[in-house]
Design a protein around this ligand. Sequence first.
Ligand code: NI
Ligand code: MN
Length: 218
Amino acid sequence: MKITWWGHAAIQLEGSKIVIIDPFLTGNPVAAISPDKIIQADVVIVTHDHGDHLGDAFTICQKTGATLVAIHEIAVMAQEKGIEAEGMNIGGSVDVKGITVHMVNAIHSCEKGDPAGVVIQMDGRTLYHAGDTALTYDMKLIGEFFKPDLSFLPIGDRYTMGIPSAAKAVEFTQTKKVIPIHYGTFPLVEADPHEFKKQVGSRAEVIILKQGESYILE
Ligand code: NI
Ligand code: MN
């Protein structure tokens, strides 16, 4: 599976299908791709409706025919625009195009619905995208129940976990690999991923990507 970080919380997974999570590209000063360059996607997942997560999701779905997966209230907004959308809620799971998306708790705010994280099962791999969240004991449950092979955790502080909390989240989620996200986009979310790596220590492999870089998950 090829994993690409487009910057901020935007992640693309390419395996048997192409899945894009939180595609905030327009207006993202560090976005490594413009939304017109995204010509293929099967599933677009949105963790919550803040602009830096909902981003270009609707446009990408309209252009590529991808199915949107999001909490009920965001899915309804998408359906009103004629987008094929699978609404769900925290605690539930949805099978779409051979991919299973479990919606999990996130401690954050939003306009419509509730903020969420997602656990994605695809091609025999389990990946956790935390969305925007504080550190929470719920992450222990994600660890016990899902045992993620790889997690995307915010480290930018202020609006989400900072480095010490995110390092603790690595322990709670029992994740084997972690890619830090939600930093380096704006001055308010500056963080040093190498400091994160240091604090995680031997608990997990920390994969530091530059915006636009990919990692192959074997
Ligand atoms: Ni947010
Ligand atoms: Mn955010």
